[in-house]
Write a protein that binds this ligand. Structure first.
Ligand code: 1GP
Length: 241
């Protein structure tokens, strides 16, 4: 999975990751529409009121309708580790003040991830600005919006530590979208580490700016839930050369 995503990026493609929160999952038809429009993967993850059974059931309902999209867990906690996904963003929340979110959850999850045969994509998660539920639950010390340059230092540290993906996150439903400056600073500080950005992306124009600032992939959740048609325009905009 990681290698096929990487090949697309190396070929100059920008990636679109659709996000579904298992507490209020996207309709199957909506996921089908995104797949047909060229989405690259479906991320599934949420912090609250979710069990692995809910996620497995959701995935099996998607597969039953013929959805072939790669499915990647984007875990909000141990309750998100479900066996029928293809891969997992094996994340450390680098700017958490709580060691649990830096390494504790990962220690608890690691043997299970291996036993379930989930492909792990080592991902550094960096929260900026609003941070949303992820910031609150993850006890993050979000990078201030006006100091986006600090993201560069996190990104460089992540790369030197061997993470193969960096996710710059403004928080799901953030009133201000993931800042372009943060994406630019992260990109400038790293080499070929996969750069993912998300949080509050609502327009095709802004999404285009995010990828032009150096993100390899964008994540869209809230808009896909509220207005799938508009979210598909974002997908189309970043795929257009
Ligand atoms: C959240 O970055 C993702 O983790 C997506 O955010 O729900 O605001 O699109 P939105």
């Amino acid at each position: 999975m990681e290698s096929s995503l990487r090949r697309k990026v190396e070929a100059g493609e920008k990636l679109f990751f659709l996000l579904s929160d298992p507490e209020k999952p996207l309709e199957v038809d909506t996921v089908v529409q995104f797949e047909e429009s060229g989405a690259d993967a479906l991320l599934i993850g949420g912090s609250l009121n979710v069990t692995p059974y809910d996620i497995d059931e959701y995935i099996s309902s998607l597969r039953a309708e013929g959805v072939k999209l790669p499915i990647i867990l984007f875990p909000g906690g141990l309750n998100n580790i479900a066996k029928s996904a293809d891969a997992i963003l094996f994340m450390s929340l680098l700017n958490s003040l709580d060691p649990y979110w830096l390494i504790g959850a990962q220690v608890s999850a690691a043997m299970l991830v291996k036993r379930l045969g989930l492909e792990a994509i080592p991902t550094a998660y960096i929260i900026i600005g609003h941070g949303g539920a992820a910031g609150h639950i993850g006890r993050a010390q979000p990078v201030p919006l006006e100091n986006a340059y600090i993201v560069a230092a996190y990104a460089a540290a992540a790369e030197l530590l061997g993470f193969r993906a960096i996710y710059v996150e403004a928080g799901s439903g953030s009133p201000t979208p993931v800042p372009l400056d943060a994406v630019k600073h992260a990109r400038a500080a790293i080499e070929d580490t996969l750069l993912i950005a998300g949080g509050g992306i609502k327009t095709p124009e802004y999404a285009k700016n995010v990828v032009e600032s150096g993100a390899d992939a964008i994540v869209v959740g809230t808009l896909a839930e509220k207005n799938p048609g508009e979210a598909i325009k974002i997908l189309e905009a970043i795929k257009r050369k």
